[in-house]
Design a protein around this ligand. Structure first.
Ligand code: 26V
Length: 852
């Protein structure tokens, strides 16, 4: 227990309920309620909560309640909840011990956490008490929740997955340290100006950051640059060592990762870059003061901003700096701080399983080799034996342009010793290839970790695959394609290395918190255990045939729609009409995800009405909601956003539609908005070209919240459809083999345009400048890329997509049938809990066990 909590000093809180106006008087040396609280039960009475809250308001914010701002109140509430979590955190984080269970070291450049307060209140069961206590102070809990700016330290699915995984591990009592980067600016805030995306910096730290604990004393020095030199050691062996050129400090900020109602609190450790002291700065400058200050800025740049470019990962020096920065700090931290002194590193894999979240942290492999060989004096084979037991590698994409290849020129300049080590790993690996596959030099070249073209570079996915104990894809189809198409030579050489772990999402945040009404209905029907045993949702199946349950289910959906309507009105000035089918497509904007296909559906419907081909009254009342950020440098994606907004403008204003078709595109889609949008949705759009979306996780969140999916046979859609059943899922489009075949045949998008009059009319309407009166050619790029290349075959799937949408409308017309399907989607999606994903990782990859 920290002194500051135990020996709280006398304070004045006006409007406090006590007569002596003291929260803690000197005569009352308070025993902090946390000291005696049984694990997992809230320690506070409402009165106790009020005391704690006012105490925090007074001591941390230095204000009286009467003068406090909403931000003060939010920060005080956060500290109050945090203090409760802290007691267990300190325990969990105790001194390293012998025979401690194995820890998961999740290495991820991104954590898309979402707001913390709601989750912390849920994990501690303090929500009711807090609400009542705050009400006594005249404060509305919901207002304080809305004060929180979410930490958006990730781009999309990959970052959110990391956040779901650490939530599940804490809930399952598995020790885990999440390692990552504390970006000062997370994913940009998206605004629209004339329908165009404009990026604003994400200043998430500006109003205070009550969930983090900086530990400057535990900072770690991270070296860069310089050169290597050879020397002869005491035994006469020639060795290489790194003489770095410059360094920065990595300062850890710890975040609590609370398990759900189990008292466990794991740690997320995010590193922030600081300049080292003046002496170190002199290594790369000549002692000139102004230059030294500039150097400080240079150092701090490393954790300044999250790369929003998930479109062109290659060639960014700062990005490689970020990767090495957090990986070096994390390995150092685990080996030197988390292990007991004198620990025999031969046994490292008994204590840690490092999971590489995509290739971003793969530089950890040569870094561990460097530590073992250069710093600890192990010989190469011993070091490789240790290293190759410590890592698992998860691949999250199949797109060739998304696989990181670092130019050797850059890697060698930034990390010269690591490049040497990588060359040696490659040499030994290729020797093994040649031994196992003699007289197959082409194979050895194909498998080389070093690419020769277009320039010499290190293929990080190959390095990871060679080093890892297990390599996994993130859905069955993706794992199969990874084996058969991306890494076929490797899967032939190491058939047992490859496995699948289908992604999952945390039911705490994405059902229990995001959908309180549905959660209550579920708990009232099957009891409360489902939040940690999501497969128990199966018990809802029989209720799909119960008219009362269906009515209650529809009521919950309606409540979510009303909540969304209120939010979008206040947040974006968007009016959602009542009684519409809510059709939602939210995800990053990428060509492969095919927002353009959804757009063509909308334009086609619209065109058919305004040209009189169909009557407005034939259109099923529908509102399409988009949410999508485009990478700032991804021109076509940004043009697509612009086009969606322009189409929305026209469609929404056109009375010929009689209000039956609306398009909404709230800006800045993020976790916070997802939590309101997904529970309200009727229809989930998962329409990527088959074989392109590794898994998707939004698809799972929608199904769990009772939206039906219209989707291709891609990623985890395949598994969702299998589980919920074909009758309750709208499948369309080519499957992956058909895509491959059409590609091999030579795909000509123009043929589809010519053959389908509705498609042609929709495209022609855009080309006519109808949506861009000021410039007829405004959207030529978007359209010509579809007509000329259409790399992701949107036109080829158009017909089938429209037919599937017709089935959606038919089904939706029978509200009972639709609700039945929605309930079955919920009941049959329990598999997609990230708790299940974690069990799979634990059993097949990490071999860890829960602690008690
Ligand atoms: C995607 C693309 C697409 C085209 C251009 C280059 C590029 C570069 C990076 C990426 C994203 C790669 C990593 C990623 O975020 N993957 C996502 O991981 C999620 C969690 O496993 C998964 O659900 C998504 O399907 C997958 O796209």
């Amino acid at each position: 227990m920290p002194d500051s909590v135990q020996n709280a000093s006398a304070l004045t809180a006006d409007e406090s309920p006590t007569t002596d106006h003291r929260v803690f008087g000197p005569s009352q040396t308070p025993t902090h309620p946390l000291a005696t609280a049984p694990v997992g039960t809230p320690p506070f009475s409402v009165d106790g909560f009020v005391r704690e809250f006012l105490h925090e308001l007074n001591t941390n914010q230095g204000v009286a309640l009467s003068r406090s701002s909403i931000n003060d109140q939010y920060l005080a509430l956060a500290s109050t909840v945090r203090n409760y979590l802290m007691a267990r955190w300190l325990e969990t984080g105790g001194k390293p011990q012998e025979n401690q269970p194995k820890v998961v070291g999740y290495l991820s450049a991104e954590y898309l956490l979402g707001r913390q307060l709601g989750n912390a209140l849920l994990a501690t069961d303090l929500a009711d008490i807090a609400e009542k206590g705050l009400a006594l102070c005249g404060i509305d809990l919901a207002t304080l929740r809305n004060q929180e700016v979410e930490p958006g330290l990730g781009n999309g699915g990959l970052g959110r997955l990391a956040a779901c995984f650490i939530d599940s591990l804490a809930t399952m009592n598995v020790l885990c340290i999440g390692y990552g980067i504390r970006y000062e600016y997370g994913i940009f805030r998206q605004t629209f100006v004339d329908g165009r995306q404009v990026e604003q910096p994400d200043t998430w730290l500006q109003l205070g950051s009550p969930w983090e604990f900086p530990h400057p004393e535990a900072s770690v020095k991270v070296n860069f640059g310089g050169h290597t030199e050879t020397f002869t050691d005491a035994d006469g062996v020639e060795k290489s060592r790194w003489v770095p050129g410059w360094n920065v400090l990595a300062m850890p900020y710890n975040y609590m990762v609370p398990g759900y109602l189990n008292g466990r609190v794991n740690t997320l450790r995010l590193w922030s870059a600081q300049a080292t002291n003046a002496f170190d700065l002199q290594i790369f400058n000549s002692g000139d003061y102004a230059q030294a200050v500039r150097a400080q800025t240079f150092a701090e740049n490393i954790s300044k901003v999250l790369y929003p470019e998930d479109s062109t990962p290659q060639g960014k020096e700062l990005r490689l700096q970020q990767q090495y920065f957090f990986v070096a700090a994390s390995l150092h931290d685990f080996i030197n701080k988390e292990l007991e002194e004198g620990f025999d590193l031969h046994r490292l894999s008994e204590r840690i399983a490092f999971q590489l979240n995509d290739t971003h942290p793969v530089i950890a492999v040569p870094e561990l080799m460097r530590i073992l060989v250069d710093e600890k004096g192990y010989d190469w084979d011993e070091a490789w034996d240790i290293t190759s037991r410590c890592f698992g590698y998860t691949c999250h994409t199949l797109l060739p342009e998304a696989l990181e290849v670092w130019p050797t020129e850059l890697l060698g300049r930034l990390l010269p010793r690591h490049l040497e080590i990588i060359y040696r790993i490659n040499e030994e690996f290729l020797a093994q290839v040649r031994k196992q596959f003699p007289d197959d030099e082409l194979r050895a070249r194909r498998m080389s970790i070093i690419a020769e073209l277009p320039e010499r570079g290190v293929r990080m996915a190959y390095l990871a695959t060679v080093a890892a104990t297990k390599v996994n894809g993130v859905a069955e189809l993706h794992s199969q394609l990874l084996r058969d198409k991306v890494l076929p030579d490797f899967s032939e050489m190491y058939p047992d290395k490859f496995t699948n772990v289908t992604n999952g999402v945390t039911p705490r945040r994405f059902v229990r918190l995001a959908n309180p009404k549905l959660s209550t209905l579920i708990t009232d029907t099957i009891g409360s255990g489902w939040v940690t045993q999501l497969e128990r949702l199966k018990e809802l199946e029989p209720y799909a045939d119960d008219a009362d349950f269906r009515a209650a289910f529809r009521e919950a959906k309606q409540w979510n729609k009303t909540r969304l309507t209120t939010l979008l009105k206040a947040r974006d000035g968007i009016e959602l009409p009542e009684g519409h089918l809510l059709d939602v497509m939210v995800k990053r904007l990428h060509e492969y995800k095919r927002q353009s296909l959804k757009l063509l559906h909308i334009v086609s419907l619209y065109e058919q009405v305004i040209s009189g081909k169909i009557a407005a009254s034939d259109v099923t009342p529908r509102t399409v909601v988009f949410g999508a950020k485009a990478a700032p440098g991804y021109k076509l994606a940004k043009e697509t956003i612009h086009l969606i907004n322009k189409v929305a403008e026209k469609v929404n204003a056109d009375e010929r539609l009689e209000g039956r078709l609306k398009v909404a595109f709230p800006a800045n889609y993020n976790v916070t908005l997802a939590e309101k949008l997904i529970p309200a949705a009727d229809l989930s759009e998962q329409i990527s070209l088959a074989g392109m979306e590794a898994s998707g996780t939004g698809n799972m969140k929608f199904a769990l919240n009772g939206a039906l999916t219209i989707g291709t046979d891609d990623g985890a859609n395949v598994e969702i459809r299998k589980l919920v059943g074909d009758k309750h899922f709208f499948l369309f489009g080519m499957n992956e083999p058909q895509v491959a075949e059409l590609g091999a045949q030579g795909y000509i998008p123009g043929d589809y345009y010519e053959k389908n009059p509705n498609l042609k009319a929709a495209i022609d309407l855009i080309l006519s400048g109808y949506f861009s009166p000021s410039d007829q050619h405004m959207f030529d790029q978007v359209i010509y890329s579809l007509l000329n290349t259409d790399r992701f075959m949107a036109l080829a799937d158009f017909d089938s997509y429209i037919a599937a949408q017709a089935k959606v409308e038919q089904h939706y017309a029978d509200q009972d049938a639709w609700t039945r399907s929605a309930i079955l989607n919920v009941a049959r999606s329990g598999y997609f809990s990230s708790d299940r994903s974690m069990r799979d990782y634990i059993q097949r990859i990490w071999h860890t066990s829960p602690v008690l």
